[in-house]
Design a protein around this ligand. Structure first.
Ligand code: ADE
Length: 406
């Protein structure tokens, strides 16, 4: 175990307890795991954003008998009070807020030394590491778009060594987490950190995937003038038809007040854009890695701490503010996605981990089985007290038939 301060445990425990009050799916799975102990003495290695909801996932797996070692998937998303609370719950933690790159990989190494049978990852750093170090778990689960892209590249190159469940592409994950989760948590990060109003601001969003769509939807709801930049012609058209202005980053740079990158790519906002920007602009990132905004160039400029989590750079007399060092603004500057959203995502994670254990899978990136997606949807919908219609036998037959309806 290596954390910042065990004395922070009480505060962490309060946060976890609070989150668990709004997590009907994980509570239901936890109860079931407690009875069945599907992970009895199974070692699970986790590399996730260590905040309250993640802690409750770890607790849920532990309730099923798992022995867990966990590290953080981003230097700025780890919450030290949560790490302390996890240790008190008997979970082996190697993580602290603000660690450097060397420490980050040392902690990943610690999780690998534990020889986990199942890996749960966010961004594919630990799965990639397992491949380099030739560690051979039974399988892994990947949480996010960027991680899945990396793992599909491994698969394409025929280098994938163990099965992976692509949690990201489950409906109960990306439709809610990537869109509504990031939509709200990104604005939460910006608003908590800056305390500025969004109404009337020109908010430039780079990327119109699920994440960009969610941020655009919520920013519009707050009264912002939303501009989308895209490289994909169909997504650009979708943004246009959804009622947003679409233009190049070069043109958007001249008018934007707030810039949010959500492309999953690199070099999206660079020096040529900084040159064109107005004074007093705010930049932040909601993509997995901190390479969407050219932080390296900014770091060569005169700078000062403007406020907690805000660095002010002086670009030829113009002020450019960067939130959370260009890392995931929703986690570096806030608490990540809303609790109810992570309940769905982590419900899929917990059930996918059991699926790996109980099935003989080959090295391949698997989609989450439909039954898991629907199980999570059912628990959620029941917990909301929503009832929905059922198909009649005649309707079922009609939907399975090729003959004209009568
Ligand atoms: N909390 C834990 N993991 C998260 C993630 N991948 N995105 C947002 N919030 C989170």
């Amino acid at each position: 175990m290596k954390i910042k301060d065990i004395n922070l445990a009480e505060e962490g425990e309060k946060k976890i307890k609070w989150a668990s009050n709004f997590m009907p799916i994980l509570n239901s799975i936890k109860k079931d795991f407690e009875n069945r102990k599907p992970f009895k003495n199974i070692k699970i290695g986790m590399c996730l954003h260590i905040e309250a909801k993640t802690a409750f996932l770890a607790e849920t797996l532990k309730a099923g008998g798992a022995v867990i070692r966990i590290t953080g998937s981003n230097p700025l998303s780890t919450q030290d009070d949560i790490c302390a609370a996890l240790v008190k719950k008997g979970i082996d933690v190697y993580a602290w807020h603000g660690l450097n790159e060397k420490e980050y990989y040392e902690n990943i190494e610690k999780v690998m030394e534990f020889l986990p049978e199942i890996i749960i990852d966010d961004g594919a750093d630990i799965i990639a590491y397992a491949h380099k170090k030739k560690v051979q778990p039974k399988g892994g689960c990947e949480e996010t778009t960027t991680g899945v892209i990396r793992l599909k590249a491994l698969e394409r190159e025929k280098k994938l060594k163990f099965p992976i469940i692509n949690v990201n592409d489950a409906y109960c994950k990306h439709l809610f987490d990537n869109r509504h989760g990031t939509g709200q948590s990104t604005l939460d990060g910006i608003m908590r950190t800056t305390n500025i109003i969004l109404a009337g601001k020109n908010v430039v969003i780079a990327g119109y995937g699920w994440v960009g769509r969610g941020i655009a939807l919520r920013a519009r709801g707050m009264g912002a003038n939303v501009v989308i930049t895209e490289v994909d012609k169909i997504k650009a058209l979708e943004a246009y038809m959804d009622g947003f202005k679409v233009m190049t980053m070069e043109n958007a740079a001249k008018i934007g007040d707030i810039f949010v990158t959500a492309t999953g790519c690199r070099d999206v906002v660079t020096e040529k854009h900084f040159r064109l920007m107005k004074d007093n602009v705010i930049l932040c990132n909601s993509g997995h890695f901190n390479i969407e905004i050219d932080v390296e160039t900014l770091e060569k400029l005169p700078k000062r701490d403007a406020r907690k989590n805000i660095t002010e750079y002086n670009f030829n007399g113009k002020r450019i503010y960067l939130l959370g060092e260009g890392r995931l603004v929703n986690l570096a500057c806030a608490d990540g996605h809303a609790i109810e959203i992570m309940d769905m995502s982590f419900g899929i994670q917990a059930l996918s981990a059991e699926y790996i254990l109980t099935n003989d899978l080959i090295p391949k990136v698997y989609n989450v089985p439909k039954e898991i997606d629907y199980k999570v949807a059912r628990i959620k919908i029941d917990s909301l007290g929503i009832t929905i219609d059922q198909l009649t036998e005649a309707q079922k037959k009609y939907l399975e038939s090729w003959e004209e309806g009568t």
